[in-house]
Design a protein around this ligand. Sequence first.
Ligand SMILES: Nc1nc2c(ncn2[C@@H]2O[C@H](COP(=O)(O)OP(=O)(O)OP(=O)(O)O)[C@@H](O)[C@H]2O)c(=O)[nH]1
Ligand SMILES: [Mg+2]
Length: 199
Amino acid sequence: MDAHLHLETTAYTLDQLTARPETQIALAGRSNVGKSSLINALAGRRQLAKVSSTPGKTRSINFYRVEPHGFYLVDLPGYGYARASHTEREKWAHMLENYLASCPSLKALALLLDCRLPPQKLDKDLAAFARAAGRDILPVLTKADKCKQNQRATAQRQWQDLVGIRPLLTSASARTGIDQLWRTLMAVAKNHPVDRGEG
Ligand SMILES: Nc1nc2c(ncn2[C@@H]2O[C@H](COP(=O)(O)OP(=O)(O)OP(=O)(O)O)[C@@H](O)[C@H]2O)c(=O)[nH]1
Ligand SMILES: [Mg+2]
């Protein structure tokens, strides 16, 4: 893929999140689902985004600029992080909702979902909120290397029933689906029809 990713800036407030006029595609998902790992796989670099087996690693909002295409992938902190304080979680949920509801340059929400788990309430709530806010959702199953073929197929079907789109299957470690994900992200960023392939 003729794209290069670099960490351009870090945001902490809603104003910082919504200030940029360039197109953004946000990556959201539960803590530990593999958002930062997927950024690294897309970048073809191991340590661009910090990865950790301890949930809650990404606490700031990182803007990765996609060159030469001039849009951003936004790595959001994971939600549902049990050890974060209640106040912290509330504050983050509020900011995420405002971002989804009001950011003019946000094109779509890539919703990352662990292929080993059935749809979780927090994920379903976020998908419903994003839909209500008029956002396009790009469901992406992560950690495909960790689950069996029938588990993946079930997860794909369950999410297709929920959001009407068949999720892309990916594995950051095995690089499954990474090229397809790039193509989809590019198409979304550039307003081209999305070729969802066989997912
Ligand atoms: N086997 C496997 N492990 C993965 C994959 N993607 C991520 N992981 C592992 O899952 C854990 C969490 O990955 P991260 O990329 O840090 O997850 P995150 O969603 O950014 O987590 P937060 O920043 O806490 O929200 C790490 O131990 C990763 O090595 C994958 O495709 N396959
Ligand atoms: Mg992370």
